[in-house]
Design a protein around this ligand. Structure first.
Ligand code: NDP
Ligand code: GDR
Length: 344
């Protein structure tokens, strides 16, 4: 049985990718960092916790990555671990560079020493394009990063290309536009909106404070994007691919759609200046023609369906919480206790 190692397995993409690769018959190992409270909820939510093998390691610590490679003996490594929140990268630029940027070089260098035949996937990002002027971005669009996160991702992207070109390693980068799901982290705008609107619709909260509502993003559905990662690793030659939906919507449109589904007035959603970023990317839209042609990949779940899936799931979770049900979920355990206090 082929082994695969995923860094960032406890995150949104890591969990969906693990589930997908298990179905393909892989033995799945996952790197996770030690925390005072384990954060395994997504693996439980997808019902794969007992099917994967977890190895404690950190992308800041080369020795632990070397041990993870020895323990898992992988044929493929997917590097998804990162400080992935753009907003926080303005407050923690050095940590973000260490984890999101240098972390990629650390793992690639350990792979080169351990077995340079291992195939490597890097989680590159549409944020690398930043405020570059063109409307639609593809693999040839210039990078113009607008945050410490994006700068770190550009470094990691070039590092991945460098190991491919200089050491002949199979290194591929997926330049992924925003992709979301009911297991998206709560701080990202889609989930913040769907979770917030679920609470307003059930009378748990009255308002939701957001930041810049005029930013525009290309949002797809995460389970479909991990399939694209896998297809990139199955190519004869390593290459870089954009995955997106080629559609874009503003945060304002996201709010309007989510409010409609949740039966909530848009007046409950407030744009607060203190939530604005120092520098924000205005418009991102992904031209995925190359992925469609070479990988046969295309997005199926578009904006309205995606928001519906997420709002309905968050409403259902808060309803179950109201009935004192226990189930794998993040909102209640990550600072949502104020809602609990109000209710009880
Ligand atoms: P998440 O933030 O959900 O997951 C990131 C994972 O990385 C988490 O499990 C986190 O661990 C782990 N991690 C963070 N720091 C370290 C560390 N020092 N050592 C080991 N593990 C660490 O992100 P997503 O799943 O959404 O994204 C996956 C990757 O794809 C990221 O690299 C992201 O930047 C990139 N990306 C994501 C896009 C998206 O729209 N989702 C689009 C383009 C790129 P813990 O659980 O302990 O916090
Ligand atoms: P992004 O996602 O920065 O694109 O990075 P996020 O959902 O955080 O922001 C998208 C846009 O929404 C605006 N916004 C808000 N954002 C957050 N988080 N919270 C708010 O209250 C809010 N109000 C408005 C932001 O200013 C921004 O313009 C995500 C991450 O997954 C990255 O890791 C990944 O690389 C990129 O997507 C592609």
């Amino acid at each position: 049985m082929k082994s695969v190692l995923i860094t960032g397995i406890l995150g949104q993409d890591g969990a969906y990718l693990a589930k997908f690769l298990l179905k393909k018959g892989y033995r799945v190992f996952g790197v996770y960092r030690r925390l005072s409270t384990p954060n395994f909820w997504r693996l439980h939510y997808l019902d794969i916790f007992n099917k994967i093998e977890l190895i404690p390691a950190d992308i800041l610590d080369s020795a632990s990555l070397s041990t993870a490679l020895k323990k898992s003996q992988p044929k493929e490594v997917y590097n998804l671990a990162a400080q992935s929140f753009v907003g926080v990268s303005f407050d923690q630029p050095l940590y973000t560079s260490e984890a999101t940027g240098l972390g990629t070089m650390r793992i690639l260098d350990e792979i080169k020493k351990f077995d340079n035949k291992i195939k490597f996937y890097q989680a590159s990002s549409s944020e690398m394009f930043g405020n570059e002027k063109s409307i639609k971005k593809n693999e040839d669009t210039q990078f113009h990063p607008a945050s410490p996160y994006a700068i770190a991702k550009v470094f990691a992207h070039h590092t991945t290309n460098f190991y491919k070109e200089s050491y002949g390693m199979f290194c591929t980068s997926g330049i992924l536009f925003n992709h979301e799901s009911p297991i998206r982290g709560l701080e990202f705008v889609t989930r913040k909106v769907t979770n917030g609107i679920a609470k307003i619709s059930l009378g748990i909260e009255k308002t939701l404070h957001l930041g810049n509502l005029s930013a525009v993003r290309d949002w797809g559905y995460a389970p479909e994007y991990v399939e694209g990662m896998y297809l990139m690793m199955k190519q004869k030659r390593p290459d870089n691919f954009v995955l997106g939906t080629d559609e874009s919507h503003s945060i304002k449109e996201l709010v309007a759609e989510a409010c409609k589904i949740g039966g909530v007035s848009v007046k409950s959603i407030i744009s607060s200046k203190e939530n604005f970023r120092i520098n924000d990317v205005k418009h991102l839209q992904g031209d995925y023609k190359k992925a469609r042609k070479q990988l046969g990949w295309k997005p199926k779940t578009k904006f309205k369906k995606l928001i519906k899936i997420m709002v309905e799931e968050d409403i259902s979770r808060w309803e179950r919480w109201g009935k004192r049900e226990i189930f794998p979920w993040d909102a209640f355990t990550s600072g949502e206790d104020s809602a609990f206090n109000k209710k009880s």
